[in-house]
Design a protein around this ligand. Structure first.
Ligand SMILES: Nc1nc2c(c(=O)[nH]1)N[C@@H](CN(C=O)c1ccc(C(=O)N[C@@H](CCC(=O)O)C(=O)O)cc1)CN2
Length: 291
């Protein structure tokens, strides 16, 4: 392997330490940040993520409120819970774990969260604010990826970036953040023609396509920085969207799976909760936690 390993697990641990410091300072002023996480159903991966979110929230000194609802919960009941959390002053951040059961309208549920408590950054107002360069809540996985990129590369200005994937959770906001840092951004997807050639021109390659080992080693520009957002459970265990063994012979730097972008997602959720708490209390945004 010739590429530098971008250690998201270590970076996330450092970020959580800084968040714990900010949280302790807030608590001295009588303010305790609170994060409410809502899980509908019993998806095994979601249960693991929600458990980790609660644990890490408590470890950083924040209040954690967990709400678990059965799979067949009527949407109206979930919306009523969100309304209750919107009104609760001890709750600064609200997250509804995705995916939701099929009978629920994801957009309606997300948009029921008060935008200033939308620590996922998925509410339509936060999406619009991010796209227009206004102060917003920023989706956690792209925010974490941006932090890793900046830490490794410094300035992203003028770099050529290709984002593979156009989801609302990762691909689109990732492209917005890269653009905001003055990278030249292309969003690619399953219908993009000549994808390997397109990727070969990228200084920064973000793979968020949800297919194991989709990006091959010979798609990578020598020396490029590769961010693998994929989390694919296979018979060989958890693998990313990038063929790591091959890509790490060509790339300049690469995130592993596990231990790359994944741990940054929850750390950035805590960062967003702290930012939401600061804003709710008329305090400046804590340093280094927002783009
Ligand atoms: N409301 C949301 N739902 C979902 C989001 C989200 O940001 N908001 N993202 C994903 C899942 N997710 C957090 O919810 C998440 C995914 C992965 C990890 C992580 O730490 N991954 C580890 C591996 C953990 C494992 O063994 O499974 C890693 O990559 O090292 C944390 C959070 C979908 N839903």
């Amino acid at each position: 392997m010739t590429a530098t390993l971008i250690d998201g697990k270590a970076f996330a641990a450092g970020l959580r330490e800084r968040i714990a410091g900010h949280t302790a300072a807030m608590k001295e002023r009588g303010i305790t940040p609170g994060l409410a996480v809502v899980l509908v159903g019993e998806d095994p991966a979601s249960q693991v993520y929600v458990r980790s979110k609660g644990k890490q929230t408590r470890e950083t000194g924040m209040n954690s409120f967990e709400h678990r609802l059965p799979t067949d919960t009527p949407e109206a009941e979930l919306l009523a819970l969100i309304e209750q959390l919107n009104e609760d002053p001890s709750v600064n951040g609200i997250l509804v774990q995705l995916p939701l059961p099929g009978h629920m309208d994801e957009a309606a549920v997300i948009n029921a969260i008060r935008p200033e408590k939308d620590v996922d950054g998925f509410h339509i107002l936060n999406v619009g604010r991010l796209a227009t360069g206004q102060k917003s809540m920023v989706p956690c996985t792209p925010l974490g990826s941006l932090m890793l990129l900046r830490d490794h590369l410094g300035s992203l200005s003028g770099k050529s970036a290709v984002v593979i994937g156009r989801s609302n959770i990762v691909g689109k906001p990732m492209a917005q953040l890269l653009l905001r840092d003055s990278a030249t951004v292309t969003i690619a997807h399953s219908r993009t023609q000549n994808l390997p050639d397109l990727c070969r021109g990228a200084d920064i390659l973000v793979a968020a396509v949800g297919r194991p080992h989709f990006v091959k080693g010979d798609w990578i520009k020598p020396g490029a920085t590769v961010i693998d957002v994929g989390i694919n459970r296979t018979d060989d265990g958890l693998v990313g969207d990038v063929d790591f063994a091959a890509a790490s012979q060509v790339a300049g730097a690469i995130t592993p799976v596990p231990g790359g972008v994944g741990p940054m997602t929850i750390a950035c959720l805590l960062a967003n909760t702290l930012t939401a708490t600061a804003r709710a209390n008329g305090l400046p945004d804590p340093e280094g936690l927002t783009p």
